[in-house]
Design a protein around this ligand. Structure first.
Ligand SMILES: Nc1ncnc2c1ncn2[C@@H]1O[C@H](COP(=O)(O)OP(=O)(O)OP(=O)(O)O)[C@@H](O)[C@H]1O
Ligand SMILES: Cc1ncsc1CCO
Length: 283
């Protein structure tokens, strides 16, 4: 894949969401649920944050994509994630699962395994997490403290090869796209690997940036292929953060500026500021 080709795909995805206004069903944590709904609205989608197990199937089947998130998990959300996930995969409705905290709780690991047991091959799926969460899914023990990435797992020159290999293995194991977020985001379908270097330090100082990336990716998946959707979401969210950082005095005003930037960002901002690189297969 070439950078210019990806740029064209990002323009098309953004425009399709604006034209089609897809319904994005989100089952996500209450810490960032309000920000998540606003992110979907900012890019032209229609968010619905429904999580009662008795109704989620009916809602999912009418949606363009389903965004699931393990943060602040409850019994009700556990049940609804499994019901909605199964319904979506059976119908080929794109799903993204954000494995928040899977590295620090056996309960969340079990939910993820139960979700993946229902995997319908061919249905579009993205598995998302920070590098520590990805490691936990791939068989690492429950060793992480909290929902943030363990500093030693942050993508660096030292762990680059093993991190890329791990992400590819997870993608191939589940026939999914993997989105490992962080200072540098990594997206892979198991063959191609794209590294995205947009974003800024301030994005890590407010809560729920990863959750926002999750629902934004879902919005883009409703109209585009999973790999392009994930790259588009990392690029758009990252550049919006960069634009907002220049307009804000601290984390409070940053949140407002961030939403402003997400709703105002233009294709030319993406062309000017996108920082992505592709690795050749086998690299
Ligand atoms: N230090 C940083 N430098 C550059 N970009 C960052 C930084 N921290 C976060 N980001 C951006 O924010 C996005 C989400 O970050 P991260 O992976 O840290 O989220 P997370 O830990 O899942 O967040 P949360 O659990 O609060 O929802 C990344 O895709 C990246 O664009
Ligand atoms: C702080 C926090 N705790 C559970 S979920 C969440 C939001 C970021 O994932």
């Amino acid at each position: 894949m070439f950078k210019d080709q990806m740029l064209e795909e990002i323009y098309q995805i953004r425009s399709a969401v604006q034209v089609k206004a897809p319904l994005i069903h989100c089952i996500t944590n209450p810490i960032s649920i309000h920000d998540c709904a606003n992110v979907v609205l900012a890019v032209g989608g229609r968010p619905m944050m429904a999580e009662h197990p008795a109704e989620v199937e009916e809602i999912t089947v009418t949606a363009g994509a389903l965004a699931l998130n393990l943060g602040n998990i409850t019994d009700a959300r556990k049940a609804s994630i499994l019901i909605a996930g199964k319904a979506a995969m059976r119908r080929g409705i794109p799903v993204i699962l954000d494995m928040v905290g899977i590295g620090c709780s056996h309960f969340r690991k079990e939910i993820t395994e139960a979700f993946l047991k229902q995997r319908t091959s061919g249905a579009p799926l993205i598995l998302k997490g920070n590098m520590s969460e990805l490691k936990a899914l791939a068989g690492g023990g429950c060793i992480v403290s909290g929902v943030d990435v363990d500093p030693k797992d942050v993508l660096s020159e030292t762990n680059r090869e093993e991190t890329i290999q791990l992400a590819k293995t997870v993608a191939n194991t589940w026939s999914a796209v993997v989105l490992a977020s962080g200072k540098t985001d990594l997206v892979t379908d198991g063959k191609e690997v794209c590294l995205i270097d947009n974003g800024c330090e301030m994005m890590g100082r407010i809560t729920g940036t990863g959750c926002m990336l999750n629902v934004l990716t879902a919005a883009y998946m409703s109209v585009g292929k999973p790999m392009a959707a994930a790259v588009a979401a990392c690029v758009v969210l990252g550049i919006s953060g960069e634009m907002a950082a220049g307009q804000s005095r601290g984390t409070g005003s940053f949140q407002i500026a961030f939403q402003d930037a997400l709703s105002c960002i233009q294709d030319e901002d993406i062309q000017n500021y996108m920082r992505i690189s592709f690795l050749e297969a086998g690299e």
